[in-house]
Design a protein around this ligand. Structure first.
Ligand code: ADP
Ligand code: MG
Ligand code: MG
Length: 895
């Protein structure tokens, strides 16, 4: 039997892998193989597959038996290809050891460079390169990285030694240190490591190599990686690959450099190279913000008002090579790429490419531009924009006419604007968010340890780092506004304040940051409401041509209804009538109604509410101009309308003249142990039919009035909540039909309407065949259906849901994303049984899941007619519904 292949080689214009093998080789390895196959300059190397990672964890952290010999052979081949040999005293092969998961996990796994150096091989490197300084610089970098990543000797140890050394010798920049200086620094490094570990830095190159490989696999389960996976729903089972690759050196002097770039602007989408590079530097120097990087293009340099030459000016030949590579990459991948490269003595080497993360604005522009450039078709363009990311564009921006007290300007690292309280630590940001406060995280710079804080903040501000710094990249990925590199701000973490231009801003003070301009503003600035126009509108138009499901909105106020219309809502899927009861002018009548002793007593206050409710409905019908509107009859338990504490009762009694003791007694009577499962929904309609009758009358009269006003027929959909059995529905339906008949007679006109129900109890889902005999539509109320299926109260879930997540009992909050297995099964059953009894029955969803892309995909699969969501999520739902339809069509094509 042939042994399993654990190692795949790449380089020299060919590779055993390809981009399509991402699951096996990880993103980095698959794309290194693909670039090699394309004939791009990639240093040779090999990828140890994700299957090794899986086997490693499945097998008590043991590697497969054949791995060692396969690695040895692949490493020998790499050495042959570059004409060097691993561990050779005269001519050592040096490698990088790089992690690479399936989905890119920026900053989560650490890379070790210059591996293979020791006290002997470093002399060989110095001799062969004729550059001692370079050799020792590489060695000290290796010791630093390896110790930090593999041996667990924190990098601050080395930073401290180096800082001290530079101070002592009056150096400013690392590049000023001579070979002798680096030799001394190396000695100090090694001393510190021995102190810390009680043993010397490993000199055996094979020990180094396996140490690094083990560290990459080990890091798959470190806390940072776990957090990132949880936030991004990446399964643990995927594993990471390890890439071992021959080193190329950007630190060989003035004709060498290292850089990162995007083939288009990831912030605006503009079709222009975007990136930074550093001369005489290696690897992470650009991202780490040790020196300020230089622009790639002359245009960008001029815009940034930077004196240091751009790459276009300083290394014109390499720049041309680079732009040529970018063109080839974009034509090949048909998407914007995020690349890492190194220049060694004037020769370009490609070290990484992947689809670039981008803001929603950039995603729209790039998708549309690429379609117009002929790189992709419109259908593909529609799939290129993450619906959830559109949220970024659906938030307010700073009102351009508003006064603003700009106290500093930094780099516009991630667009959008936000106001919030200043906090200086990520833990604080997280706890503030838990309390519902809006905070802005202010840091000198961020690191992977700050992910949770960045997630909790409404915006991020850093005083160091460029456009590709950790803060900038992560903020863009998360859609958080970010201003980075605000050099004029001095942060004092101890005093919990920062100063800039004589202004002191303390923890808790409000500032506003604008990630589109880089402005930092004191206080709060008025914001403008978002609009659907330009590229956004264009892409929505394309999406609509592929969409099958309709998108409605959940709205009960004219403002919400109008906003939703502006965003393209095609009707109202849920109008909650109780919200109209809370209005100050009405609550008195509502309370009188609740306090009344009998039906007769209730009718009088209901009579007062009727015209108000009718007018609410009329306005909604007018705004919706003949589009369908589903109105849910009163749903919450009555006690919600009554005062609670003795003080509130006294106050209500005083203002309304209702006797306080009577109020208190009624509150007592209405008290329930479990209101969610109590006297609510259609159960109210059964006990107090006059309430539903009033509401039905308001709906029908409003429909007639709105139709007269707009000239568009109005077909209201009357929805009965919390039905569990057909009998309940029939009883209430009969009453509503009677009201309709009465209104028709009084007004001398005929009415068209539908009566349906919400499916929000498991029993209703199971009895759907029966219920559908009477109900003309179903609307899945998946908030309550999730509560009643799981038997979890959403309002009480917070205390244990985090534990469930941490213990991996649940990977997704079922109140955010519809549980496809359990709750979803009930939805499927109800849809199927409903259609059996009433072919073509109208089916929709009105829970909050209606605005969640994954849940929308589920709804497409079940064949629902529409989804309904909050107004600001309507564009997200439109795009998600289009993508879901395209995905279903693509799958059908494969069968
Ligand atoms: P990350 O996933 O954090 O980006 P990488 O594995 O891409 O980590 O490595 C980080 C950087 O290290 C690269 O961008 C590149 O500059 C440098 N690097 C990695 N491998 C090599 C190599 N073989 N030669 C030169 N530089 C390398
Ligand atoms: Mg990194
Ligand atoms: Mg990288």
């Amino acid at each position: 039997m042939a042994e399993q292949k654990w190692v795949y080689s790449f380089g020299d214009g060919k590779a055993e892998g390809a981009a399509s093998m991402r699951n096996l080789l990880g993103g980095k390895g698959a794309n290194l193989a693909e670039m090699s196959n394309l004939g791009l300059p990639v240093p040779p190397g090999f990828t140890i597959t994700t299957e090794v990672c899986t086997a490693f964890y499945a097998n008590d952290r043991q590697y497969p038996a054949e791995l060692a010999s396969q690695v040895e052979a692949a490493l020998a081949a790499v050495g042959q290809s570059v004409g060097a040999s691993f561990g050779d005293a005269q001519n050592p092969l040096l490698v990088s050891v790089r992690s690479g998961a399936r989905a890119s996990m920026p900053g989560m796994m650490d890379t070790v460079l210059n591996l293979g150096l020791n006290d002997t091989t470093v002399e060989g490197l110095a001799l062969r390169s004729g550059d001692k300084r370079f050799a020792y610089d590489s060695y000290r970098r290796f010791i630093q990285m390896y110790s930090d990543v593999v041996l667990g000797v924190d990098h601050h140890n080395f930073e401290e030694i180096l800082e001290y050394y530079k101070e002592e010798h009056e150096f400013n920049l690392d590049t000023e240190l001579t070979a002798e200086d680096w030799l001394r620094v190396i000695a100090l490094y090694k001393e510190r490591i021995e102190e810390e570990l009680g043993k010397p830095f490993p000199q055996d190159v094979n020990e180094q190599l396996w140490g690094a490989i083990g560290a990459v696999f080990g890091s798959w389960r470190n806390a940072r990686a776990e957090t990132y996976r949880r936030l991004h729903n990446i399964p643990e089972g995927w594993g990471t690959a390890v890439n071992v690759q021959a080193m190329v050196f950007g630190n060989m002097g003035e004709t060498s450099a290292t850089g990162v770039a995007f083939t288009r602007n990831p912030s605006t989408g503009e079709h222009a190279i975007y990136g930074e590079f550093l001369v005489n530097a290696q690897g992470e120097d650009v991202v780490a913000g040790i020196r300020t990087p230089q622009s790639l293009t002359k245009k960008a340099r001029l815009e940034a008002n930077d004196r240091k030459p751009s790459m276009e000016e300083a290394m014109p030949e390499v720049f041309v090579q680079l732009t040529d590579v970018f063109d080839r990459l974009e034509k090949h991948y048909r998407d914007m790429q995020d690349v890492e490269f190194t220049v060694q003595n004037g020769k370009l080497w490609m070290l990484q490419t992947r689809s670039g993360k981008r803001t929603a604005r950039a995603a729209l522009k790039i998708a549309i531009d690429m379609a117009r450039e002929g790189l992709i078709d419109e259908k593909t363009a529609v799939t290129r924009v993450d619906p959830a990311a559109l949220d970024q564009l659906l938030h307010p921006t700073l009102d351009p006419d508003a006064e603003r007290d700009i106290i500093a300007t930094g780099l516009p690292a991630s667009p959008g604007a936000a106001s919030g309280e200043v906090v200086f630590s990520s833990d604080e940001a997280a706890s503030a968010r838990a309390e519902g406060r809006r905070v802005i995280l202010v840091r000198i710079e961020t690191s992977p340890e700050d992910i949770h804080g960045m997630h909790s903040a409404v915006a991020i501000l850093t005083t160091r780092g460029g456009m590709t710094s950790h803060a900038a990249v992560v903020a863009r990925g998360m859609g958080r506004p970010c201003v980075s590199g605000v050099g004029s701000i001095r942060i004092d973490y101890k005093a919990e304040q920062f100063t800039v231009m004589g202004v002191t801003v303390k923890k808790g003070d409000i500032i506003t940051v604008d990630g589109s301009t880089g402005h930092v503003i004191r206080g709060e600035v008025p914001m403008l409401q978002p609009e659907l126009s330009g590229d956004f509108a264009t892409l929505m138009g394309w999406a609509d041509t592929y969409r099958r499901m309709k998108v409605r909105t959940n709205a009960e106020t004219p403002v919400d209804a109008m906003t939703a219309r502006k965003f393209g809502a095609e009707g109202i899927g849920l109008c909650r009538t109780e919200h109209m009861f809370f209005d100050e002018a009405r609550i008195v009548a509502v309370r009188q109604m609740i306090l009344a002793d009998d039906e007769k007593g209730r009718r009088a206050p209901l009579q007062k509410i009727l015209p108000m409710q009718r007018d609410d409905f009329r306005q909604l019908f007018v705004i919706m101009k003949g589009l369908p509107v589903t109105i849910r009859l009163l749903d919450p338990p009555l006690h919600e309308f009554l005062p609670k504490t003795p003080e509130e009762i006294a106050q209500v009694s005083e203002t309304t003249g209702m006797p306080a003791d009577k109020l208190a007694r009624r509150v007592q009577e209405l008290h329930e142990f479990n209101p969610m499962l109590g006297h609510r929904g259609c159960r109210l309609g059964i006990t107090y039919p006059e309430i539903y009758e009033m509401q039905a009358r308001a709906i029908f009269e409003a429909a007639i009035e709105a139709a007269n006003e707009t000239g568009e027929a109005v077909i209201p959909e009357v929805m009965i909540p919390l039905v569990a059995m057909k009998g309940e529905f029939d009883l209430l339906r009969e009453r509503i039909v009677a009201v309709a008949g009465a209104v028709e007679k009084e007004r001398g006109t005929s009415l068209e309407y539908q009566i349906g129900t919400m499916i929000e109890l498991p029993r209703a889902a199971l009895m759907a065949r029966e219920i559908a005999k009477s109900a003309e539509f179903f609307s899945f109320g998946t908030n309550d259906l999730t509560q009643t299926t799981y038997g979890i109260s959403r309002d009480d879930a917070a205390s244990f849901m985090n534990d469930y997540m941490a213990k991996k009992l649940i990977s997704q909050d079922p109140f955010v994303s519809l549980d496809p297995d359990g709750v979803g099964e009930l939805v499927s059953i109800a849809a199927e049984r409903g259609r059996e009894a009433r072919p073509g029955i109208k089916l929709g969803i009105c829970g909050e899941h209606g605005g969640d892309p994954a849940s929308i995909a589920f709804c497409e699969g079940v064949g629902l007619n529409y989804v309904s969501c909050s107004p600001y999520r309507v564009p997200i739902a439109r795009l998600a519904a289009a993508q879901a339809a395209l995905a279903v069509a693509a799958n059908a094509g494969h069968d």
